[in-house]
Design a protein around this ligand. Structure first.
Ligand code: GLN
Length: 187
């Protein structure tokens, strides 16, 4: 059974845990350094990236997660999690700075402007529901980064080797296909 950590400092943690369990994985809540031992992959959930960054510093998790990413541990960042992974942030300093993408925050307006679309992702499946909540988008990708999905000309899902990042919240729907792609094809 694959053991997948979910960074559990803030944000949509429980939904990821439930989806991982539905996929037959063991979900491990990551709050302290030692929780990072013996995991096969790590999910950085959506929430609020500025708050998460403060908590990463307080719990001394920034460097250990950065090291694991550099050593090749598969990671999936959704929404705020994508912001944490990005090498470059428009108008801001990066956080983990491990994924070769440039991300712009709050690209789709405010919380009240949240919306859901169905997106076709050739590598994963068609009509996959995607929930956007004060979502970022990927403005540019580096060499060797694969663009997996776009919406209205903006990149919303990309893969940089063992690192996957999306603008939206796949865990807030009942559709497990994107998470399954992560745990089966990347982890
Ligand atoms: N706008 C949030 C941020 O900058 C991300 C929103 C989300 O994760 N739903 O962190």
């Amino acid at each position: 059974m694959k053991r997948i950590g979910v960074l559990a400092l803030q944000g949509a943690v429980r939904e990821h845990v439930q989806m991982l369990e539905a996929l037959g994985c063991e979900a491990v809540l990551v709050k302290h350094r030692q929780d990072l031992m013996k995991i096969d992959g790590l999910i950085l959930p959506g929430g609020e990236s500025t708050t998460m960054r403060k908590l990463l510093d307080r719990f001394e998790l920034l460097e250990p997660i950065q090291n694991l990413a550099q050593q090749g541990l598969p990671m999936f960042g959704t929404c705020a999690g994508l912001i944490l992974l990005a090498n470059n942030l428009v108008g801001d300093k990066p956080h983990l700075a491990v994924m070769n993408v440039t991300v712009a925050r709050n690209s789709y307006g405010r919380q009240v402007d949240s919306f859901e679309i169905k997106v076709d992702i050739p590598k994963i499946g068609n009509a996959i529901p995607a929930v956007f909540i004060r979502a970022p988008h990927i403005e540019a990708v580096g060499q060797d980064v694969e663009v997996l999905a776009q919406h209205e000309g903006r990149i919303i899902l990309a893969q940089d080797g063992h690192l996957l990042g999306c603008s939206f919240h796949p865990e807030l729907t009942a559709d497990t296909r994107i998470l399954e792609y992560f745990v089966v094809s990347i982890v």
